[in-house]
Design a protein around this ligand. Structure first.
Ligand SMILES: NC(=O)c1ccc[n+]([C@@H]2O[C@H](COP(=O)([O-])OP(=O)(O)OC[C@H]3O[C@@H](n4cnc5c(N)ncnc54)[C@H](O)[C@@H]3O)[C@@H](O)[C@H]2O)c1
Length: 233
């Protein structure tokens, strides 16, 4: 989703600082953008570490002279029987999916206020409804939804927009290597693939590009489902 968003925004003329813990993935993305004539810089960043988030935001501002959009897209999922989930796994999911976006918001907001910019948080339908065997993921995404609303209220009198999109199942790496514990009740999981099936990462990139654009200037504090009707019933 992050790569698709880079491709989409670069095609629209954005200058991008892509951050991730995966240096090979970053390199591949940068190559793709450069081949299409776009401007991108890569920066290794573990979003669970506040100092690395601060360095990443500073690098963006130093490189491009301004910051217009923060897109919090990085995330991880873990399936577990809740009574058996380790403390380390719980903390990691919360750190990547909730603390990381908060640190990046903290560091970015002073710069975004200068440019009348905006933040797009990528939450999940799992932040709006209960999904079995993913207590940490659901809690982190529900937290990200509320982080979005809280920041939206805090800055409602200031020139900053803060929104979230909530994708449903999307055909990305995330869904390819999931380590499922034994003895899951698959009937409880099946409904989360949605009746219309998987979306493509570019579908989410389109939503992010719209919410981040001036076309969406009236959209603030919104939590937008991009889920092919999953939350409808
Ligand atoms: N794929 C889906 O079905 C789906 C559905 C709803 C929401 N989402 C959300 O969409 C976002 C993007 O997910 P995706 O499907 O593209 O997954 P993905 O696994 O393809 O990409 C996630 C990226 O996050 C990076 N990452 C992981 N830990 C990190 C860390 N500590 N610091 C920096 N980067 C880190 C990974 O290296 C990877 O590049 C996530 O927040 C995810 O929760 C995904």
């Amino acid at each position: 989703m992050g790569r698709a968003t880079c491709i989409r925004l670069a095609a629209e003329g954005a200058r991008i600082l892509a951050i991730d813990v995966d240096s090979a993935g970053l390199e591949e993305t940068a190559l793709m953008i450069k081949e299409q004539g776009g401007r991108i810089e890569s920066h290794l960043c573990n979003v669970t570490l506040r100092t690395e988030c601060a360095e990443a935001v500073q690098r963006a501002v130093d490189t491009f002279g301004r910051l217009d959009v923060l897109a919090n897209i990085a995330g991880i999922v873990r399936f577990a029987h809740s009574p058996e989930m380790s403390e380390a796994e719980w903390n990691l999911v919360l750190a990547v999916n909730l603390s990381g976006p908060f640190y990046l918001c903290q560091e970015s907001i002073p710069h975004l206020l200068e440019t009348h910019g905006n933040i797009v948080n990528v939450a999940s339908n799992a932040g709006l409804m209960g999904q079995a065997y993913t207590a940490a993921y659901c809690a982190s995404k529900g937290g990200l939804v509320q982080l979005t609303r809280s920041l939206a209220m805090e800055f409602i009198k200031k020139p900053l927009r803060v929104n979230a999109i909530c994708p449903s199942g999307t055909d990305t790496q995330m869904n390819k290597g999931i380590d499922f514990p034994d003895d899951l009740d698959w009937k409880l999981i099946g409904r989360f693939t949605g009746i219309r099936g998987f979306a493509q990462p570019s579908d989410m990139a389109s939503a992010i590009a719209y919410v981040a654009s001036d076309e969406a200037k009236m959209i603030h504090g919104a939590v937008i489902s991009v889920d092919q009707g999953m939350m409808a019933g």
